[in-house]
Design a binder for this molecule. Structure first.
Ligand SMILES: CC(C)(COP(=O)(O)OP(=O)(O)OC[C@H]1O[C@@H](n2cnc3c(N)ncnc32)[C@H](O)[C@@H]1OP(=O)(O)O)[C@@H](O)C(=O)NCCC(=O)NCCS
Length: 163
């Protein structure tokens, strides 16, 4: 069974090891190749950020979730509580990445679907934005499969909106 689990201080080795198999998560500062000893502080910071504490200048609260498949973490996603001018250009409301050893199995599509539901559950009623690199075909398919409307394209990003 697939479900979302919020990042928590109790997260341990399984989440850490998954993060070490995700070299391409620009939105998760420095989780890849971090030392195991640094993981507790890193995860504590993610927990704080969800509550709006310890945010770098100009950042908005952002909640990190793991996608769990029968108790095993297989992907991660971040939900930003609102857009800033910077997020409107790059990042949007939701970022996601799947364990590189587990891609192409439908996790990406399922994850974005669950994140969109979660955003509504958390009271976000506005249209939600996902930005994707134009050449990131897998991510574009994930967005399209979840009903994303392509409304803008630049050389750097394509912009999918979710009603
Ligand atoms: C984008 C990403 C999340 C997709 O996750 P995934 O679990 O592999 O995706 P799914 O298995 O749900 O597949 C989604 C679609 O992408 C397609 N796909 C998967 N890998 C692909 C690849 N390497 N090239 C082209 N298409 C690909 C699948 O065939 C599927 O398309 P379909 O609807 O036509 O069947 C994953 O590749 C990833 O983590 N990438 C690195 C981080 C990233 O780019 N995040 C998105 C930032 S916006």
């Amino acid at each position: 069974m697939l479900y979302l689990q919020k990042a928590a201080l109790t997260d341990g080795r399984e989440v850490y090891e998954m993060l070490q198999r995700i070299p391409d998560t620009p939105f998760l500062d420095a989780s890849y190749q971090m030392a195991w000893e640094d993981f507790p502080n890193w995860v504590a910071h993610r927990v704080e950020m969800a509550d709006g504490f310890g945010l770098p200048e100009g950042w908005v609260p952002s909640t990190t979730f793991w996608l769990m498949d029968d108790g095993i973490p297989v992907a991660l996603s971040c939900l930003r509580c609102r857009l800033t001018d910077a997020l409107r250009e790059r990042g949007g409301h939701i970022g996601y990445a799947v364990d590189s050893a587990k891609r192409g199995r439908g996790y990406g599509k399922a994850l974005l679907g669950l994140m969109l539901q979660e955003a509504r559950r958390m009271g976000m009623t506005e249209e939600l934005l996902v930005t994707v690199h134009p050449n990131n075909i897998a991510s574009r398919r994930v967005a399209e499969a979840n009903g994303g409307q392509l409304r803008r394209e630049t050389a750097e990003h394509v912009y999918y909106w979710f009603a």
